[in-house]
Design a protein around this ligand. Structure first.
Ligand code: ZN
Length: 362
């Protein structure tokens, strides 16, 4: 890790971590949280949907969240003399536990891998929605985006995500750690300040269950075969020494980009220093290209798909995936009947067209 990490606590006991850039001028000591905060909410409940087998978390305490606050009242800006935010002092990158988590704050008492497994799908079943949710603040600046950060800062962010993945994956009851970014008011972002989140789920997610099924159908070489199939195709965007970025053969969204490592690694924690250095550059180029297609910023969802801590997880490979519903300067793709009810996607144009547009601005 090139970043420098400092651990602290917020007034209600939540964890806070500062990750300073390698060349940061920030002092080592940070101010304490001077707020009086209410006790943390009780752990939410999750319900089993017997029809799909999916767990649905019911997060009752999330409605009081700040909605698009101005910079002077932004909970993610560094605290000032007149406003105490979630981060008590100056920072480069800050990570803290979510005040109203969808998973957690409770963890399991013992790490039972099958906590979420219900082979007979009983009706009316609920369980505590244990796990962990953290907020990752990409910059002390209220304006800007992840793509506008320097490569030094993006490396600090990747270091922070790898560090948190390592720590959270060891917490009892956690099966999956998913760092992600929702970008753009159009897709429901409630804070403009550049930030991402980390969700740690107590189960293998529905998306991962489908990958498990695909590996069992295709074989353990699935990720390597996809990588080799996309390399050199019309959809390839960047091929480095350690990573390849491409638009997937069967992309669902108007803009969709994957980055796969050439080595079979399960999560960000497994990457070497050389790999992280190249990933910083590839990740940064992809984000900037997505923003360069149109004159205004493009909304997207981007995340690091990592292997679940579950039987067979070693066959998963780390994958970055970015999807955007933007299909024209002023048009978004909405999930209509076929997609939202049947899960059956109709792509608006061929993935090769998306790849050609992205290559023009890389
Ligand atoms: Zn802010």
């Amino acid at each position: 890790m090139t970043a420098k990490k400092t651990s602290a606590k917020l007034a209600d006991g939540r964890d806070l971590f500062y990750f300073d850039d390698a060349d940061s001028q920030l002092p080592a000591d940070r101010k304490a949280d001077a707020r009086n905060l209410d006790a943390r909410p009780a752990v939410a409940e999750m319900r089993l949907d017997a029809l799909s087998g999916d767990w649905i978390s019911v997060a009752a305490s999330r409605h009081g969240r700040a909605f698009l606050p101005p910079a002077s009242e932004c909970p993610l800006c560094p605290s000032t003399d007149t406003f105490l935010s979630e981060v008590p002092d100056r920072f480069d990158v800050a990570v803290f536990e979510n005040k109203n988590p969808s998973f957690g704050p409770d963890l399991a008492e013992v790490d039972d891998k099958n906590y979420w497994v219900e082979p007979n799908l009983p009706l009316g079943l609920t369980k505590p929605s244990i796990g962990r949710c953290e907020v990752v603040v990409f910059s002390p600046e209220h304006e800007g985006s992840l793509a506008s950060q320097s490569e030094t800062r993006i490396r600090t962010i990747l270091d922070a995500l790898a560090d948190r993945t390592d720590a959270i994956m060891r917490m009892p009851g956690v099966r999956t750690v998913f760092p992600f970014e929702n970008r753009g008011q159009e897709i429901g972002v409630t804070l403009h300040h550049p930030h991402g989140q980390i969700y740690a789920y107590p189960y293998v997610t529905p998306t991962q269950e489908k990958v498990f099924a695909s590996i069992s159908r295709h074989g353990q070489s699935l990720f390597q075969d996809i990588l080799e199939f996309e390399q050199g195709s019309e959809r390839e965007l960047i091929r480095g020494e350690h990573f390849t970025a491409f638009v997937p053969f069967a992309a669902r969204w108007p803009i969709e980009v994957s980055i796969l490592p050439h080595r079979h690694v399960q999560n960000l924690t497994d990457l070497s220093g050389d790999e992280l250095a190249e990933l910083t550059s590839v990740y940064s180029r992809v984000l900037r290209a997505v923003d360069a297609i149109y004159e205004t910023p493009t909304p997207y969802v981007a995340g690091w798909h990592q292997a679940p801590n579950f039987d067979g997880g070693e066959n998963f490979r780390l994958q970055f995936k970015l999807t955007s519903p933007r299909r024209a300067a002023d048009k978004l793709k909405f999930l209509a009947g076929s997609e939202s009810a049947m899960g059956a996607f109709i792509a608006d144009f061929p993935p090769e067209t998306t790849a050609a547009r992205l290559r023009e601005v890389l």
